[in-house]
Design a protein around this ligand. Structure first.
Ligand SMILES: Nc1ncnc2c1ncn2[C@@H]1O[C@H](COP(=O)(O)OP(=O)(O)OP(=O)(O)O)[C@@H](O)[C@H]1O
Length: 250
């Protein structure tokens, strides 16, 4: 892996180096390093409170590390101008409830520089991906929790960013739609989109190119799901997590 992300075509899309984040006297992320390659789908897996969202916020530049660095697409984060270069879906939906889905999409689309016919067709495409095309003109206040998650995902996809950062994208989404969203994420990855997401769901973890397993703020393993299982001598990711996290290697 290149040490200079701005000069090599093989440079990671995201390069996290020795990241540490503390809140008060609590170390929430402890010396985490990894790179994400172009077109890779990296899953971050870990129990509640392990530090996944904190890590995502540091990558996006919403939060700043106490130590270490994040370089995204060759730029040291945080950097405001980078907001247009990636799509971000936060854990809690950042939507205007009193506006319709279309108005939300139009507003965020214009922030990303989309307008006219292009904006209109992107709105249709993004809403079709999350199967909300029939609910475009409803106010967000009338949406269910799962519909709001899906609209948040449509917003993150709207400007076809080269990097997608999704914090628990499929929470509250039924299994059928979850599968179709994963299908779409796979298609985007095939087209070269780099995807970083967090998940609690083990069968989703299996679909990632690589998995970063986080426990108590430490990256306890990062590898392909197959390699993680092989190295831990386990049949499932869930078991591997226990082996890595608890140190009770088979
Ligand atoms: N702004 C903050 N101030 C103080 N503590 C925080 C802050 N943000 C996060 N934490 C703490 O950092 C730890 C990691 O939180 P984080 O939200 O990153 O975990 P997570 O793995 O994303 O959990 P979940 O899966 O439940 O979303 C938790 O103990 C949390 O209480």
């Amino acid at each position: 892996m290149s040490s200079n992300p701005s000069t090599s075509t093989a440079a990671p899309v995201v390069d996290v180096r020795n990241i540490t984040r503390r809140f008060g006297d609590k170390t929430v992320l402890d010396d985490i390093s990894f790179g994400v390659e172009r077109g890779e789908l990296l899953g971050l897996l870990g129990p509640s409170g392990s530090g996944k969202t904190t890590l995502i916020k540091l990558i996006t530049g919403i939060d700043k590390a106490d130590g270490g660095s994040v370089v995204m697409l060759g730029e040291r984060m945080p950097k405001l101008a980078m907001l247009q270069r990636f799509g971000y879906m936060a854990q809690s939906d950042a939507l205007y409830n009193e506006l319709t889905a279309k108005e939300n999409l139009t507003f965020f689309g214009s922030l990303f520089g989309l307008k006219g016919k292009q904006l209109g067709s992107r709105i249709q495409e993004a809403m079709a991906i999350v199967n909300l095309q029939d609910h475009l003109n409803k106010t967000v206040a009338s949406y269910s929790g799962g519909m709001k998650r899906r609209l948040s995902l449509a917003l993150a996809l709207l400007h076809e960013p080269e990097l997608l950062i999704l914090d628990e994208p499929t929470v509250g989404i039924d299994p059928v739609l979850r599968q179709s969203i994963w299908h779409e994420l796979g298609a985007m990855r095939e087209r070269g989109t780099t995807i970083i997401l967090t998940t609690h769901v083990m069968d989703e973890a299996e679909k990632c190119d690589r998995l970063g397993m986080i426990r108590d703020g430490k990256l306890i393993a990062i590898d392909t799901p197959a390699a993680i299982k092989e190295k831990s001598g386990t049949a499932t990711i869930e078991e591997a997590f226990i082996v890595y996290g608890g140190g009770v290697r088979a």
